[in-house]
Every structure is written in structure tokens, then in C-alpha cells.
Ligand binder design. Structure first.
Ligand SMILES: C[S@@+](CC[C@H](N)C(=O)[O-])C[C@H]1O[C@@H](n2cnc3c(N)ncnc32)[C@H](O)[C@@H]1O
Length: 311
């Protein structure tokens, strides 16, 4: 009886492992902790279609496969296309679940900007910078997408703000002068970049004691990673949601690095986002997250991290 059961389990697990779904599940559950050095094709366990959608770039600056320029061109083209025909992606509505993160990020940015020289890093169509223009001394927005920068410039001119300028620039090697800014902020940008290069650049353009704020996705939660890999068209192939190990690079460039984690139990509110129940489910999730995300291991399973850095 025991031998029969053991054989059934062995045959079953081999079948699961051999099926495409089985390989995908195996890989995705395994992937988060090994993201830096997946054995990929070497194991023969990962179908090549899945390999295509994994980041080819590593946060420490090494790149695999593509050249530096090819990656930048790919990022620019992807975002140019997106900004040329703006339409809400289904994923955008998922941010309903992390409204507390959005609020926390904006509280930090709004408090830091009044009367300051501010840089928005990866500004896209400039709406955030334009929103801060009445209080900041001056705001500069940079982005690699010329389509987004044109839209941002048009919007600033239409609204008559003379203290906001936008320019096409590469966040990893900016044309901006050193020590020119009191505040740098950006959402959903660091995970598109080679962290080592971009953090060095942010540190360079900040004045001593300057501050930086970021809203970024994390890459440890296997369920979120599974979803990401099922929907590759929603993002560029070079994106690499941040890992715990990436924060060693952050701490290399910033004397202070405060992190706040959001979006674990609140993710349960996503299916209710269009219903009157949505806010209540999210509020209940928030209470649970307030406890869960204080646990050192559990917090890295969150979707979003809000970073407050000081040079
Ligand atoms: C996910 S979008 C976020 C945009 C905006 N911050 C927001 O929250 O809506 C990422 C942005 O980063 C820009 N980007 C990607 N790589 C870049 C680079 N190397 N230099 C400057 N901008 C870059 C893209 O063009 C895009 O606008």
C-alpha cells in the first residue's frame, strides 16, 4: 500500500514537472529567491518561451544578452508606443489595492517639495511635476520617452507654469549638473534601470543632505511574479522589481534609507475594486498588513515599497 502510494506521488509529481504548467509553477515558486542567477536553460526545465520574458538585466549593472543602447532604445520605444495611444491597462486598476502606498508616497513628496529645486526622475507625461509646480521653487522632469516629454511640455505650457521644464534624458547618465537639486522623486522608475548607475546619478545631482523618494514594486512574492509572467505584454522585458539584495546598493549611496511596505493582505481587495465593498475589504486588509508587514521576512512579500532616502 505504502509503495503504491509513493509510486503514485512520484508519477504525479513527474507529470506535473514535465507539463508546461508544472515547469512554470516550479520555476516561478523557485524564481524569486534566485532571481539574480537563474540557471535558466542550463537546467532544461524552463520552456524557452518563459525565458524570453525574464529580465535580462541585473540590478548591479551587469547585463546579459542585450547591449546597453539596445535596452534604452527598447525602453524608449515601448513607452513611446504606450504614450502615443494612452489607454488604461487592466493592471493600472490594481493600484486600488495599494492606495495607502500611493498616499504615503505623496505625503512624503508633497512635504519635501515646497520652495525646493526638484527633479522628477522618469516623469512620463509630467502630471506629477505639474501638480507640484505651484509649491516648488523649480521642477525639472526627465524621461527617455520623447513622446511623453512632448506631452509634458505641452501640458506645462497650457497651464502657464514657467517653473517646470521637461527634457529627454537617460536616467542612468543625466546631462544635468551635479548638486543641483534638493529633492528627487520618482514612481515606477528604478526597476527599469541599472540600479548601480541610476543611484550614483541621483546621488550626484542631489545637494549634500538632499532627499529622494521612490515608489517601486518588489519582486519576491511568487503569486505576483506568476501574474507578471502570465502578462508579459504589460511591461518591458528589462523590468526587474526590486529585491531585498538591491537595497545594499541603495545603502551604498544614501546615508539614510527608510522603507515602508504595502500591499499584501490588501491585494484581496483587487477583485472588489469596482464594487461598493472594495474600500471596506481594502481597509480590513490594511489592518492585517499593519501587523504582517512588520514581520521582517513577510514584508518582502509585499507588492510595493515606498523609499525615503537622504544623501
Ligand atoms: C512605469 S513608467 C512610470 C512613469 C511615471 N513615473 C508614473 O508613475 O506614471 C516608467 C517610466 O520610466 C521611463 N524610463 C525608462 N527607462 C528610462 C531611462 N533609462 N531614462 C529615463 N527614463 C526612463 C519610461 O519612459 C517611463 O516613462
Amino acid at each position: 500500500m505504502f509503495i503504491r502510494c509513493a509510486r503514485a506521488v512520484a508519477v504525479g509529481s513527474t507529470r506535473i514537472n514535465e507539463s508546461v504548467l508544472g515547469r512554470a509553477i516550479w520555476f516561478h515558486l523557485w524564481y524569486p529567491s534566485k532571481m539574480k542567477d537563474p540557471p535558466l536553460a542550463a537546467t532544461g526545465l524552463v520552456p524557452s518561451g518563459i525565458l524570453e520574458i525574464f529580465p535580462r538585466i541585473r540590478s548591479n549593472g551587469e547585463e546579459t544578452g542585450m547591449t546597453h543602447d539596445a535596452r534604452l532604445v527598447r525602453e524608449r520605444d515601448f513607452h513611446n508606443e504606450r504614450f502615443s495611444a494612452p489607454e488604461e491597462r487592466k493592471e493600472d486598476s490594481f493600484y486600488f489595492a495599494v492606495k495607502p502606498a500611493v498616499d504615503a508616497y505623496w505625503r512624503l513628496v508633497r512635504a519635501a517639495c515646497p520652495e525646493r529645486e526638484v527633479l522628477e526622475y522618469g516623469c512620463s507625461n509630467g502630471m506629477s511635476s505639474i501638480g507640484l509646480a505651484p509649491s516648488a521653487k523649480r521642477i525639472t522632469g526627465i524621461d527617455i520617452s520623447d513622446v511623453a516629454i512632448q506631452q509634458a511640455t505641452n501640458a506645462a505650457v497650457r497651464r502657464g507654469f514657467s517653473n517646470v521644464t521637461f527634457q529627454v534624458d537617460n536616467a542612468e547618465d543625466m546631462k544635468l549638473p551635479s548638486a543641483g537639486f534638493d529633492v528627487v522623486f520618482g514612481s515606477g522608475i528604478l526597476h527599469h534601470l541599472v540600479l548601480e548607475k541610476s543611484l550614483r546619478e541621483i546621488r550626484r545631482v542631489l545637494r549634500p543632505g538632499g532627499r529622494a523618494f521612490f515608489f517601486e514594486p518588489l519582486g519576491h512574492n511568487p503569486v505576483i511574479n506568476l501574474y507578471r509572467n502570465w502578462t508579459p505584454d504589460a511591461r518591458t522585458v528589462d523590468e526587474h522589481p526590486l529585491l531585498k539584495s538591491d537595497f545594499a546598493i541603495v545603502r551604498k549611496y544614501f546615508s539614510k534609507c527608510d522603507l515602508e511596505f504595502f500591499g499584501l493582505a490588501t491585494l484581496a481587495s483587487i477583485p472588489f475594486r469596482g464594487s461598493p465593498l472594495g474600500a471596506a475589504v481594502r481597509a480590513a486588509g490594511e489592518q492585517i498588513d499593519n501587523l504582517l508587514l512588520k514581520i521582517p521576512g513577510a514584508r518582502w512579500q509585499a507588492w510595493i515599497v515606498v523609499m525615503a532616502l537622504e544623501a
